[in-house]
Write a new protein. Structure first.
Length: 296
């Protein structure tokens, strides 16, 4: 029984289940903006995105296991440690990707979400993973991939692909991806500075990267506030909560990166993700509550 539990935990780590769960939540956020009810279709879309992302992450773990074995941050992952074999990783990736695509297809037409799911896989495992060994600019196709889950949710619920909401959802998640990655890199800067493949710490000083982070965070804050201006039926309280939380994010980053000599990158990582998903919870939750109240 203990061995089975350890194997299951290793498979979850291989699939980077925590990060993929956040991507599934972002797909739910996009879905609720178009159809504000927690329906069977919403469950299928969230499960489909989570499964597809987990499959892509499993494949990525297999593609990068040699590089992972060279870094202190990643050498304890299941493949470098020998907890799972390459064959097990291939099987897991294939099953999760297939299940994810089937779940998205089962959610019903249009089939654009399935197509975007395939595009996300191509960007992540085909473009981003390959470019990581060649250029620091690989982060940008990675961010494009990360911007697709909420768009998949929005389109699956019947949202228009040519609406302002589609563009804002994509921009919001793309802007979040970059500081999310940079904070990981800064937290483990010694690890990244000594690794062989290109990364920004080989070309930029820590101070310069901190200065790049601030305008990026400011752009993310603007995007989060702009979401509240969309015709989503948000009340004053929800708008105030999102705007206040967004400005809090900017203030925390300004103090830590601009005024503190030694920034707490772990704390900034938690604050970034916490406030980002708090705002999505406020907006998505208010949509569900308003819809339920209107139906009574």
């Amino acid at each position: 029984m203990l061995r089975l539990q350890e194997n299951s935990f290793a498979r979850l780590r291989l699939a980077k289940a925590g990060l993929c769960l956040l991507l599934g939540f972002s797909a739910l956020f996009g879905f609720l903006l178009a159809e504000p009810q927690l329906s069977r279709k919403a469950f299928l879309v969230v499960a489909g995105v989570f499964s597809l992302a987990s499959g892509g992450a499993t494949l990525n773990s297999l593609q990068e296991w040699r590089q992972d074995s060279l870094m202190a941050r990643t050498r304890n992952r299941p493949l470098p440690r020998g907890e799972l074999t390459g064959r097990q990783a291939i099987m897991q990736a294939a099953v999760l990707i297939a299940v994810g695509l089937l779940l998205l297809a089962a959610a019903g037409p249009p089939f654009l979400p399935v197509f975007l799911g395939l595009i996300a896989l191509l960007l992540y495992n085909g473009v981003y993973t390959g470019l990581k060994r060649k250029t620091v600019f690989a982060i940008f196709p990675g961010a494009l991939c990360g911007g697709l889950p909420p768009v998949i949710g929005w389109l699956a619920a019947g949202g228009s692909p040519f609406s302002a909401t589609t563009g804002m959802l994509f921009l919001l998640l793309m802007l979040w991806q970059i500081p999310h990655f940079w904070l990981v890199m800064l937290r483990y800067r010694q690890d990244y500075s000594s690794c062989a493949f290109p990364n920004m710490l080989n070309d930029f000083s820590e101070l310069r990267l901190k200065r790049l982070l601030l305008p990026w965070i400011a752009a993310l804050v603007v995007a989060m506030i702009m979401i509240t201006a969309l015709p989503l039926g948000l009340g004053l309280l929800e708008r105030v909560l999102v705007i206040a939380a967004s400005f809090l994010l900017l203030i925390v980053f300004f103090v830590q990166l601009g005024l503190c000599h030694h920034a707490n990158y772990r704390m900034l990582f938690i604050v970034l993700n916490g406030i980002f998903f708090f705002n999505m919870l406020v907006i998505g939750g208010s949509r569900v509550i308003l819809f339920a109240a209107a139906g009574q």
